[in-house]
Ligand binder design. Structure first.
Ligand code: RIB
Length: 311
């Protein structure tokens, strides 16, 4: 069965600055290379879902500029329905400046541009895309008011809501958590929401309990090289990561979310299997530069899984 996935979120043009290490305060450093790639957490998640076979719709905004047109064309080329992407005449298309250090770790500075204009009103206009989906996904690179509006509509129609609370929020976001079926933060994002620093299985369980107490059914906490943890229907498990050499970790988390949504059954009964597929997809993403260029399609993920089986 083909999952129908609607993503509400950000669109960015990523400028990747290759540096040896982050500058100290007052220091000036040289980059060794500059690259441009399509990205944005929302757009990356939509591309990951589409490349893993989901019928995908995107809700978001671009500026009235050439970069916005380019991003729209790239999303449409993935067969993503972009009819719910608004064009804001007064804003630039979102931009991300990615400081990529040797070893693949990144630090990101965002110019939100049109992403900041994504509103509850835009979401209201996209009601068919929300009510006809199996899953609605959102993140924190577009306003929380729009996320609440989208999840309210989705919930009213029995559509499963997935929140990737990234980048880390300064607020507790309880209104949104009450509307969330599946939450998937990394350790930092989880700590920012719960106040619990994750150090071991006990703190993972306490973090999951925090989210469950606020109404979230399934809690997934991604742990980078340590794999991913889930807590669902009384079951808790820590799934290991696939060991690969990272070139650029950008969009690994986004790939995990989008690929998982393409594979997950709406009753969540195959959660561990969908997470394993998502981890395999993310392991491929970190081995290539850039966001869109690094997100794998199903065939590549299956080939990677087969190679792991050979080991
Ligand atoms: O999650 C990765 C994304 O974060 C990048 O593509 C960049 O656009 C930032 O939004």
């Amino acid at each position: 069965m083909t999952n129908r996935v609607t993503v509400l979120g950000s669109i960015n043009v990523d400028r990747i600055l290759h540096i040896e290490k982050l500058p100290r305060p007052g220091e000036t450093i040289k980059m060794s290379q500059l690259d441009l790639a399509a990205g944005g957490k929302g757009a990356n998640q939509a591309v990951a879902a589409a490349r893993s076979g989901a019928a995908t719709t995107f809700i978001g905004a671009i500026g009235a500029d050439a970069e916005g047109e380019m991003m729209l064309a790239k999303l449409a080329a993935e067969k993503i329905d972009v009819t719910q992407v608004a064009q804001d005449a007064d804003a630039v298309t979102g931009q991300a400046y990615i400081l990529l250090q040797a070893g693949g770790q990144n630090s990101i500075v965002i110019n939100a541009g049109a992403n900041a204009q994504v509103s509850a009103a835009l979401v209201e206009k996209s009601s068919a895309a929300l009510s006809q989906a199996d899953f609605v996904i959102t993140q924190f690179e577009t306003p929380v008011t729009a996320a609440v509006a989208a999840f309210t509509q989705a919930r009213a129609q029995g559509v499963v809501t997935i929140l990737n609370p990234a980048p880390a929020s300064e607020h507790s976001e309880d209104d949104l958590l009450r509307l969330t079926d599946v939450i998937a933060p990394n350790e930092t994002e989880s700590e920012r929401l719960t106040g619990i620093k994750i150090t071991d299985d006990t703190t993972l369980a306490a973090s999951a309990a925090y989210f469950h107490q606020r109404g979230v059914k399934a809690v997934i906490i991604t742990l980078g090289e340590q794999g991913a943890f889930f807590s669902y229907a009384g079951q808790q498990q820590h799934l290991p990561a696939f060991k690969v050499a990272a070139v650029d970790t950008t969009a690994a988390g986004d790939t995990f979310i989008g690929a998982m949504a393409a594979r997950l059954k709406p009753d969540l009964s195959n959660l561990p299997a969908a997470m394993t597929y998502a981890s395999q997809a993310a392991a491929l993403t970190v081995q290539k530069l850039g966001a869109f260029p690094s997100i794998p399609a199903t065939a590549a993920v299956n080939a990677f899984a087969a190679r792991q089986g050979d080991c």
